[in-house]
Ligand binder design. Structure first.
Ligand SMILES: *Cc1c(COP(=O)(O)O)cnc(C)c1O
Length: 371
């Protein structure tokens, strides 16, 4: 699905030098490269503060801890997402309130958010699915009206840009109270291990996030609250410092792949190519299409026989997962989400395709779905 080796080979000189510098310094934790990366990413995102941490799941958890939620507080998120989003809500003894998504953009439906708000609701977690932002302007209005926090799960869409109706352009993950991301190797900005970060324009919240991420420590060996230990190590920061320069180029390459697939699949009766929202650029973390009137497992098997991997993101919606079962959600509760889980298929997408490889994947896929 991805080709991290070729990507590494193209920047090997820079990456190896950056790693060697950290090894020589032996400042493996909190080395100067960590702050340098946080500052560079803040400048790229156009946000006041970036706080790095150990992974994208921690980023969500630390953000919610820093916002001071109390057990039983309700947090609204989409049922069609990666499990981490709801997992941290439940872990903190908050109540995940799952809602429906837009069937074309795969992102949380603003009307469904509004309908799910109760006096206990404290926050909304829109997920910028597969590389494009949720309908943030509509969601922002709802959050302001009901005085709710917005925690943007930007793990799949770092680098995508939202155009507001006043014409202003902002990076996804920077409009809400706090945004989070993951540097898992296969993410659009991936390191060579685990990593994550939070973004915010709220200086007081940034300070609180740093306290929570560092054992709740306010001064050395003074702990006013319970925190966690979650750090981006200096080696990963050094690698990310190199890769951040290429993030826009990587997004352009991914978009090129998506354009190629879109064009190749035009007119296929049983294939719906990914919709592009008018308010957000798409950085194509995944190229996820919808199949109809064809057996998805069979399509996958036949692709696999031809050496082409494919994936289903995600086969089971959160509201039908055993861990998140709740009497509120029966099968049929979220028809769009359930239909997506039955019909989506993701094809390989990354930054390193040779034209012949793409041609082969597209032609093979076309033959399979047409026969
Ligand atoms: C990858 C991902 C995460 C979690 O990131 P990790 O670094 O693996 O913990 C959270 N949310 C979404 C939507 C993701 O895609």
């Amino acid at each position: 699905m991805v080709d991290l080796k070729t990507q590494y080979d193209r920047i090997k000189g820079e990456v190896d030098a950056a790693i060697a510098e950290v090894l020589e310094s032996t400042q493996f934790i909190k080395g100067p490269g960590v702050k340098k990366f946080e500052d560079s990413l803040a400048a790229y995102m156009g946000v006041k503060d970036v706080i790095s941490c150990a992974n994208g799941t921690d980023a969500l958890q630390i953000a919610m801890m820093a916002l001071g939620y109390q057990p039983g507080d309700e947090i609204i998120t989409a049922s069609f997402t990666y499990v981490a989003t709801a997992e941290v809500i439940a872990l903190l003894k908050l109540k995940p309130v799952l809602v429906e998504v837009n069937p074309d953009t795969f992102t949380i439906d603003p009307a469904a958010i509004e309908a799910a708000i109760t006096p206990k609701t404290r926050g909304i977690v829109p997920v910028h699915m597969f590389g494009q932002a949720a309908d943030m302007e509509a969601i922002l209005k709802i959050a302001e009206k009901h005085k709710l926090h917005l925690i943007e799960d930007n793990a799949q869409a770092i680098g995508s840009e939202i155009t507001l109706s006043n014409g202003h352009k902002v990076k996804s993950g920077t409009l809400g109270t706090v945004g989070t991301t993951s540097f898992f190797p296969s993410k659009n900005l991936g390191c060579y291990g685990d990593g994550g970060a939070m973004f915010t324009n709220d200086t007081a919240l940034a300070k609180q996030i740093r306290i929570v991420a560092n054992h709740g420590q306010t001064q050395q060996y003074v702990h006013d609250e319970i925190g966690v230990n979650s750090r981006l190590d200096t080696l990963q920061a050094a690698i990310l410092n190199v890769k951040l320069k290429y993030l826009d180029d990587y997004a352009a390459r991914r978009r090129g792949v998506a354009d190629f697939y879109d064009n190749a699949f035009k007119g296929l009766a049983n294939v719906q190519t990914p919709a592009r929202a008018p308010y957000s650029t798409h950085v194509f973390h995944q190229y996820t299409l919808k199949l109809s009137g064809t057996n998805r497992d069979e399509v996958r098997n036949r692709l696999s026989e031809k050496g082409i991997p494919s994936m289903i993101y995600y086969p089971i919606p959160l509201h039908l997962q055993k861990a998140y079962k709740d009497s509120r959600y029966k099968e049929g509760a979220f028809p769009n989400t359930e239909q997506l889980c039955k019909s989506v298929l993701s094809l390989p997408i990354h930054t390193e395709f040779e034209p012949e490889e793409l041609e082969y994947i597209a032609e093979t896929f076309k033959q399979i779905v047409q026969s």
